[in-house]
Design a protein around this ligand. Structure first.
Ligand code: CTP
Length: 419
């Protein structure tokens, strides 16, 4: 959606940077967006509700329990009646509340209740920004899908120098524009929030088996071979498939992302355990191999810890793992109607994916460039190409949630026989 016709909910937290939020309102409105502002109690120490109301042209919301506000627009409606939520300045306190799901004032309640993307522009003292607690909170929020712009390095109001200055209003506007381009409501898990009888569930009645994350292949009891897969993309697909009405079985390698709600999850470590879990979960209508399965394992993993000794370092003696995707795609009986693989490539992405499609006998390959410069492995965004037998469809750079939602919609169409 273009910024021009968008509705922005702007949450102004308490920090010296709040004065820049006033300019942000102007910049957004100049570009045709409508802005509804929420001012925290601390924010009101820095800017007045009157300035925000005058600049936004709308009344300013401050109180969770305001009878007048609730009569006009309840806080749930306020959180949904926007295309994007911007938090500027996003203070350490607001981020901590959001990361922990607290809802003890209007701003934190809105952040918990919204079904839209949230773009945060942090602003705080550099030690607060660099504190491990804030680092943890930001990492959690990124994992939950929150978008960030800034903070910038610079001179602080307190006289110190470093990261913590809020991004400039025009930079926030550019980030908002980018966020709106890929804006969709964040899906809820299976059956939740869905009206009985809803018909817009593209995977309703379908069983979907998905693998996600890396595998760990033991060398000895304390060491293993692994890869950089985070499981974010596979888990996002599991959430999206459940939200689209499917019965989802997720078979996950060792990851630190949480189990999706409304999905049956089996945790495994090795490629061979993953294959056994997949075979146990079939039959299914759709198989999606999003896991980065280790191609090799150590032929004879040691039962006891390998010790450094006088002799040369041990040779690992790798042997090939079973190819789970090719095994599922090649099943003589009980092959899922749609078998979808991923291709993690660092060069010639589409050509390699086309070869993989043929070699593994699957119906669709989701190809992505996982070169370190792309930040895909472990990151929150992905640029994929859908490689099928009849052609290639390339999608723009998107949040992994959005890739998941689009993929699920695409699979729904394929299953219904649509062209
Ligand atoms: N895959 C699998 N079992 C394996 C290896 C890969 O099921 N032992 C699946 C992955 O889940 C993914 C697809 O195959 O859906 C492609 O994985 P990728 O690592 O890109 O390809 P490889 O088959 O490992 O080929 P190469 O390493 O040569 O790129």
């Amino acid at each position: 959606m273009p910024l021009k016709s968008s509705r922005i909910l702007l949450i102004v937290g308490g920090g010296i940077a709040a004065y820049k939020a006033l300019d942000l309102v102007r910049r957004l409105r100049e570009r045709g967006a409508s802005v509804r502002a929420v001012l925290t109690q601390a924010g009101a120490q820095f800017v007045t509700p009157l300035s925000l109301a005058a600049l936004s042209g709308q009344s300013v919301h401050q109180d969770l329990f305001s009878l007048t506000d609730e009569a006009e627009m309840g806080h749930i409606e306020l959180s949904r009646d926007a295309d994007l939520v911007i938090v500027a300045p996003a203070t350490a306190d607001l981020l901590a509340k959001a990361a922990n799901g607290l809802a003890n004032d209007l701003a934190s309640t809105l952040l918990l209740a919204t079904d839209k993307r949230v773009l945060a522009a942090p602003a705080m003292n550099l030690r607060m920004w660099l504190h491990p607690a804030t680092r943890r909170n930001v990492a959690t929020l990124r994992g939950d899908g929150m978008l960030f712009v800034g903070p910038d390095d610079g001179e602080m109001a307190c006289g110190e120098y470093g990261p913590g200055r809020m991004a400039e209003p025009l930079t926030i506007v550019a980030a908002a524009e980018a966020a709106l381009k890929t804006q969709t409501a964040i899906p809820l898990p299976l059956g939740v929030g869905v009206r009985p009888g809803a018909t817009d569930l593209p995977l309703k009645g379908r069983r979907v088996v998905i693998t996600s994350g890396p595998t760990h292949e033991p060398i000895d009891p304390v060491r293993y071979i692994a890869n950089r897969s985070s499981g974010k993309q596979g888990h996002a697909i599991a959430r999206a498939a459940a939200a689209a009405g499917a019965e989802v079985v997720l078979i996950s390698g060792p990851v630190s992302v949480p189990d999706p709600v409304g999905v049956a999850v089996t945790h495994v470590e090795t490629a061979r355990e993953m294959l056994a879990a997949v075979e146990g979960a079939l039959p299914a209508d759709v198989y999606i191999g999003a896991a980065a399965v280790a191609d090799w394992r150590v032929g004879s993993a040691q039962a006891q810890k390998l010790k450094k000794g006088a002799s040369a370092p041990p040779a690992l003696g790798l042997v090939e793992n079973p190819d789970i995707l090719a095994t599922v795609a090649g099943r003589k009986s009980g092959r899922p109607g749609l078998v979808v693989g991923f291709a993690a490539e660092t060069n010639d992405v589409i050509a390699h994916a086309q070869q993989k499609l043929a070699r593994k006998g699957c119906d669709l390959i989701v190809a992505n460039d996982v070169s370190p410069a792309t930040g895909v492995m472990g990151g929150d965004r992905n640029t994929v190409h859908l490689v099928g037998p009849t052609g290639v469809e390339s999608w723009p750079d998107l949040p992994k949630d959005e890739v998941a939602a689009r993929l699920v919609a695409h699979l729904g169409k394929l299953l219904s026989g649509a062209p």
